[in-house]
Design a protein around this ligand. Structure first.
Ligand code: UTP
Length: 410
């Protein structure tokens, strides 16, 4: 206890001692264990970035090249498809769904993949839509793709249970593997750890960028290697038109001799609030719309194409070596100002109406920086992107349903 006091005092977290005073014995032991597991050095570093989250000051931002799928000739397309098809048919391809997010904007009660989208001819869960796409690909290539699903501490049990309840949506159960991403503690605006009403230190999922480390830690990379998998597609759970099996993207990435590839869609206008592919200090990156100037956002090349117009739709391809390489690096954390309900030292519950705490997340695209180049394949928005982010308005179930029904002519 003396040691614990000293550590907490030294790290300005001694308010936690007050919780220990009012907790019962079980709660106290649980909390002590949680405190023991905290990396205070990392926490102190994180707090410093909370209010200064701009990673792009003094960075050299340049245009990154891309290939427009619609401009490829039939022969070029066929050549790329053939390369991709061979990779898939020879069992060297697997897919990963990132489903560890909290989906706060959508506000659905449960993991985002369990959201029921009211598409025609009958409503389907987001996980079901992904399963259907994979089943179609399995039939086409006469194979069973290994499907890895990343969950979080918060939603893992519910996700696994949901799949069981729905009999894996007809997907072969033995080809699905769930793995859990990690967590990072919330910090208050004063840099203090928060505690919930069960005397748990408040944690949140540590961002989709932690996928690489989680794949290493949870044995996913080893499992893939044992199965002879060489190329891995990683996609989000919340795109009703996600295409996880794209022979052209595989073919292009291999042809361009890259270890990473990604699909992009062109911005609908220069000021659409999306992250775009670029080169940052000479290496591939995604930069947020808020981080480029008006001039850069509007700049075009000789053909009139936007120089920073290739939007990231979270459809990434990696070689297994690329994933392994990134997994050995510590990606930077970015902070987000969020509403986090908590319990005060006197046991009073607080349900904030405005952001009161910082959450720390790593971003998947920060992993691209460990490579000199990556392939970017521009595809059509209406065939590839129907995001479900918000409850209403843009990128909501309503817009995704329309896009889905149009694409499938239903
Ligand atoms: P978003 O960044 O849109 O976050 O995730 P979100 O959690 O779904 O929604 P908000 O921001 O709370 O409203 C993009 C993809 O990354 C996954 C999500 O599940 C989604 O597929 N993700 C995000 C994770 O797997 N883990 C995370 O920690 C964050």
């Amino acid at each position: 206890m003396e040691n614990l006091k000293e550590v907490l005092l030294k790290n300005h977290q001694d308010h936690l001692l007050k919780y220990l005073e009012i907790a019962n014995e079980d709660e106290k032991q649980k909390m002590i264990k949680q405190i023991d597991n905290i990396d205070f050095e990392q926490l102190n570093k994180l707090y410093k970035i909370s209010k200064n989250n701009n990673f792009n000051t003094n960075c050299k931002i340049e245009h990154s090249s891309f290939v427009d799928k619609s401009k490829l000739t039939i022969d070029e397309l066929e050549e790329l498809k053939e390369v991709g098809k061979n990779i898939i048919k020879s069992g060297k391809y697997a897919v990963v769904t990132m489903a560890g997010g909290q989906g706060t904007r959508l506000g659905h009660d449960g993991p985002k993949g369990t959201f029921l989208l009211n598409v025609n001819p009958k409503p389907k869960y987001l996980f079901e839509l992904i399963a259907e796409g994979l089943i179609r690909a399995n039939k086409k290539y006469n194979i069973t793709l290994n499907w890895y699903i990343m969950t979080s501490t918060e939603n893992n049990d519910k996700t696994v249970e949901f799949f069981k309840e729905h009999e894996y949506f007809g997907y072969p159960k033995e080809s699905i593997m769930f793995f859990e991403q990690g967590n990072m503690p919330f910090l208050s605006e004063e840099g203090k750890l928060l505690v919930d009403d069960s005397f748990n230190i408040k944690y949140a999922a540590d961002g989709n960028g932690c996928i690489y480390k989680s794949m290493l830690k949870d044995g996913v990379i080893d499992d893939m290697k044992n199965k002879g998998i060489k190329w891995i597609f990683v996609g989000s759970v919340d795109n009703a038109l996600v295409n996880m099996v794209d022979t052209v993207l595989i073919g292009l990435t291999i042809k361009e001799n890259n270890e990473i590839g990604s699909r992009s869609i062109v911005k609908s206008n220069p000021h659409e609030p999306v992250g775009v592919f670029c080169k940052k200090n000479g290496v591939p990156a995604v930069i947020e719309y808020s981080e480029i100037s008006k001039e850069m956002a509007e700049a075009t090349d000789d053909d009139g194409e936007l120089l920073y117009g290739e939007s990231n739709i979270m459809a990434h391809l990696y070689s297994i070596d690329a994933i392994e390489k990134i997994s050995k690096h510590d990606l930077p954390y970015h902070s987000a100002h969020k509403k986090a309900p908590y319990m005060k030292e006197n046991g009073e519950l607080v349900n904030p109406t405005k952001p009161n705490a910082y959450k720390y997340e790593a971003f998947i695209f920060d992993g691209f920086s460990y490579f000199d180049n990556m392939s970017v394949l521009r595809v059509k928005r209406e065939e590839n992107f129907a995001p479900i982010k918000n409850k209403e308005g843009n990128d909501s179930p309503e817009t995704a349903i329309k896009l889905y029904n149009n694409f499938w002519h239903v």
